[in-house]
Design a protein. Structure first.
Length: 165
């Protein structure tokens, strides 16, 4: 990756800062790297790294955003997409639209993602209910819900790790 103030190092995944950068520029660079890690064709094998990428992308968003990582049958990324945008404490999520987008991407699986602008990533009862509805709706088309990750400034919570899926 090349950026005006950043060049790739000799070791994969390392970079050299070649000029002064502001905090805002560092955040932009981090977000660009995170988006690249969720790019088409990437295989998602390490949940902890996926959490890091998602946290970089969503932790500072001031309103709730519901997104999805659409995956092929080998769990390679087809697309990471914001699906719904809400207010400071909720977003309306429509299962029909999620299914429609999953089918348009020809997904075999999906990771659901949303942020909590409050910073606390603990899933709410409403989060659990919509996840169940989405799992049922997507299941009718043989699309597996691999996980639902809630992102906050205090970290990420995984429905799979919590035993909710």
């Amino acid at each position: 990756m090349t950026h005006r103030k950043l060049v790739a190092g000799e070791v994969a995944g390392t970079y050299h800062v070649i000029d002064e950068v502001t905090e805002a520029e560092l955040l932009q660079i981090a977000q660009r790297l995170a988006r690249r890690r969720l790019a088409r064709g990437r295989k998602l094998t390490q949940p902890a790294l996926v959490f890091e990428y998602l946290q970089v992308l969503l932790q500072e968003v001031e309103h709730e955003v519901f997104s999805a990582v659409f995956l092929d049958s080998q769990h390679r990324v087809i697309r990471f997409e914001e699906l719904f945008r809400g207010t400071i404490d909720s977003a309306s999520v429509y299962p029909r639209e999620v299914v429609k987008q999953a089918l348009a991407c020809n997904s075999a699986a999906v990771i659901l993602v949303h942020n909590h602008p409050s910073g606390d990533p603990e899933p709410s009862d409403a989060d659990r209910r919509i996840t169940q509805r989405l799992k049922e709706a997507l299941g009718l088309f043989d699309i597996r819900v691999i996980d639902h990750i809630v992102v906050g400034s205090e970290g990420c919570k995984s429905f799979a790790e919590l035993g909710y899926l």
